[in-house]
Unconditional design. Structure first.
Length: 704
């Protein structure tokens, strides 16, 4: 405190962040002794930091933030501080301090405050993962000090850990000191608690007030719905809140993405899949969930409920009634309308007023500006904010109403356009929305206007590909894009380059970690909905959906024999990633090509292995109602239909379907179809308990 600006290190800086473990509890237990304990703690930290050329630039309660020009000095200060803290004669309770050390770039502003949010946030996250008496180092700092550690100190590799802001994993190291404790509980990271929260490759900017408010609402209420227009960051906010609350839910935090679903009946199945629960024969997914969640302390995130609003409300209400310790954090463009629900409107990011522009050094205090700068640096690492472009950055953020998705799309143009050019293009493009009626338009129209603008910057083939890619649900591979989207103006060999341009322009996202190990791509849902509307309104719509259906019929044919071979797991994972594409393909087949839909459903080993028996039976029921050809495909589909019923415990329907399958197979004299039908019928009899009746059928099947 009180350090001169010119003395503080800048450029590449090593930060040491500390705080007292359980300080709130200590203050409640020992209110009279706490001031003395804190004073002694503060004295030890100040002396240790200053003795090793460090500077304490911020103290918040019992948390210290110190900066060092040298990583070695920072580690030495931590070693000395932990020794004094451990050997101090604390009374009435010991003080144990956790510490995190990280090195990165940081700059000082005129208010003696550091900017370089990634570096500071990383140090804070590293420190927060530890326990009292523990010192954690990032990989960067470890590389700087590994060869110059004191003889009584060593670094222990703790491996890669997912920290609470959902960034990419951080490799952490523990600093062990002779004579001090070296064994601690597992780090408080995402890996410690059951969850399926996704890893994001971009940082989470701002929202401190919103995070605190949503957390407080969840403490008091069991259903909280984040509402707001598309692109306002509802999903990222819910994920951040959930990550901060992991340790409070013993039985897990589960993220359920509803955007790809078109059938409201699949919501319970989606929740089961997220948690990792298999279907059970003869039971509905919702019944299984009610029983499983009954006495469990769980948080479920229902994301993008708006297109299935009624069904989402019914499922949420049913589960909350069945499970008294369950909490749900939903996101939707409107509230679910469930009794006891708290609706929290997600506001735009904080904005500067271009009519009264702040000073350059104060500009980054606004969340929208910080987001723009962060995303601009991703596409242009040498991007710099200066007195010339700062007013235009403020103008862009203001004109885009602080909507995160809009700002990210605008920042992606920094590679191609100056900030001034972006600002002018926004003004031109939004002229229609700046008249007297503009304030009456919903915020969604503002977002649509931005996507219109972004869309207009694409080349003809880029825009054509973007619309065609909207036919996919849940993502796609390069191979799928080449097969489905090529033709009528786009050559297959151009797809990769065009796709790369769409990735560069933030309209398509690369999925870094897929189950199968293949590179996959996806669109932000708002962009996909926009592009899908254009696809369906244009002349390409039906032909692209036909190609999509044909591709996934061929994939099903290719995969079917592989599910009997040694690489079965790869193919199950690959097919699982395409489940949403299979669903919309079968949906289109119901209207255009029932035979193709049945061919996808014949991939029964996948549907069954992944617990989709009930869904498969539903698809087959609708398809078979329209298919009366009496051929081998008809026979095989009835046999699969029988298997689905049998796995659910509906044996009368299973036997009826299998007998129908067998009748068709014998009528057309197809031995392979007959063997399949006999197998289905025999298995059903055995599952029902009629082993003496089932074995002969299975033997006859084997003979064929």
């Amino acid at each position: 405190m009180g350090v001169e600006v010119h003395n503080l290190p800048t450029g590449t800086v090593t930060f040491l962040f500390t705080d007292i473990e359980g300080s709130t509890k200590l203050a409640q237990q020992y209110p009279e002794a706490m001031p003395d304990l804190l004073a002694r703690h503060h004295g030890i930290l100040h002396r240790s930091v200053e003795a090793h050329n460090g500077y304490v630039f911020q103290i918040v309660g019992d948390a210290f933030c110190a900066a060092f020009s040298s990583a070695v000095d920072a580690v030495s200060a931590a070693i000395e501080a932990q020794k004094y803290l451990y050997n101090e004669a604390w009374s009435p309770a010991p003080i144990r301090v956790r510490m995190g050390i990280h090195t990165g770039t940081a700059q000082l502003n005129e208010e003696n405050q550091y900017s370089g949010y990634g570096t500071l946030a990383s140090c804070q996250r590293i420190m927060s993962a530890g326990h009292g008496g523990q010192v954690l180092l990032s990989t960067v700092t470890r590389e700087l000090v590994r060869d110059v550690l004191p003889a009584h100190a060593e670094l222990v590799d703790l491996g890669e850990k997912r920290l609470k802001d959902l960034m990419r994993p951080e490799h952490l190291y523990q600093l062990n000191l002779a004579g001090l404790p070296a064994v601690f509980p597992p780090l408080k990271t995402l890996d410690l608690y059951p969850n399926n929260l996704p890893v994001h490759l971009t940082s989470f900017i701002g929202r401190e007030n919103e995070i605190a408010a949503v957390r407080q609402e969840l403490e008091s209420h069991r259903l909280v719905t984040l509402t707001g227009s598309g692109g306002t960051g509802k999903t990222r906010l819910s994920l951040q809140v959930a990550a901060d609350l992991l340790e409070k839910f013993d039985h897990g935090v589960w993220f359920v993405e509803l955007a790809p679903l078109t059938d409201s009946d699949l919501i319970p199945q989606a929740i089961l899949s997220a948690i990792g629960i298999r279907e059970q024969p003869g039971r509905l997914p919702l019944e299984i969930l009610q029983e499983y969640l009954h006495e469990k302390k769980t948080l479920i995130l229902l994301d993008n409920c708006e297109h299935l609003i009624s069904a989402s409300a019914q499922v949420a209400n049913t589960l909350l009634r069945a499970a008294p310790t369950l909490k749900i954090l939903a996101s939707s463009r409107e509230a679910l309308g469930v009794k006891g629900e708290v609706s929290y409107h997600v506001p735009s990011l904080t904005l500067p007023d271009p009519k009264h522009p702040p000073a350059l050094e104060q500009l980054s205090q606004y969340e929208a500006v910080r987001l723009f700068i962060d995303r601009a640096l991703l596409v242009s690492p040498h991007f710099v904010v200066d007195k010339d472009n700062a007013p235009f950055i403020a103008q862009i953020c203001y004109r885009l109403d602080g909507i995160p998705l809009a700002i990210e799309l605008a920042a992606a143009r920094v590679r191609m356009l100056s900030v001034e050019q972006i600002s002018k293009r926004l003004d031109d493009r939004f002229r229609l929305l700046t008249g007297g009626a503009r304030t009456a338009l919903p915020r969604q129209q503002t977002l649509r206007a931005l996507i219109d603008w972004s869309y207009s910057l694409l080349t003809e083939n880029e825009s054509l590909l973007l619309c065609r890619l909207a036919v996919f649900a849940g993502g796609w591979t390069l191979e799928a894009a080449e097969e489905v989207c090529a033709g009528d103006g786009i050559e297959a060999f151009d797809i990769l380059d065009l796709l790369t341009q769409l990735v560069n322009k933030s309209l398509v996202v690369v999925v870094e970690h897929s189950q199968s190990g293949e590179t996959r791509y996806r669109m932000l849902e708002t962009v996909r909905q926009y592009a899908r509307e254009k696809l369906l309104d244009g002349k390409d719509g039906e032909s692209v959906r036909d190609k999509h259906l044909a591709f996934f019929v061929n994939l099903a044919r290719q995969a079917e024999p592989e599910l009997y071979r040694s690489n079965q797991l790869f193919w199950l994972n690959k097919l699982d990633e395409e489940i949403d594409n299979f669903r919309i393909a079968v949906e289109w087949a119901l209207a255009t090509d029932v035979r193709a839909g049945l061919q996808i459903c014949l991939l029964w080993r996948f549907w069954g292995a992944r617990g989709y028996d009930l869904e498969l039976a539903s698809w087959l029921h609708m398809l078979l109602e329209q298919y009366h050809t009496g051929d081998a495909l008809h026979s095989q589909a009835l046999a699969v239909y029988s298997n689905s019923f049998g796995r659910q415990g509906n044996f009368p329907e299973a036997i009826r379907a299998a007998e129908g399958s067998l009748q068709i197979a014998r009528l057309i004299m197809d031995k392979q179809a007959e063997a399949f039908s006999l197998s289905a019928l025999g298995v059903t009899h055995c599952l029902q308990g009629n082993v003496s009746g089932g074995i002969p059928l299975l033997e006859e099947s084997l003979a064929l």
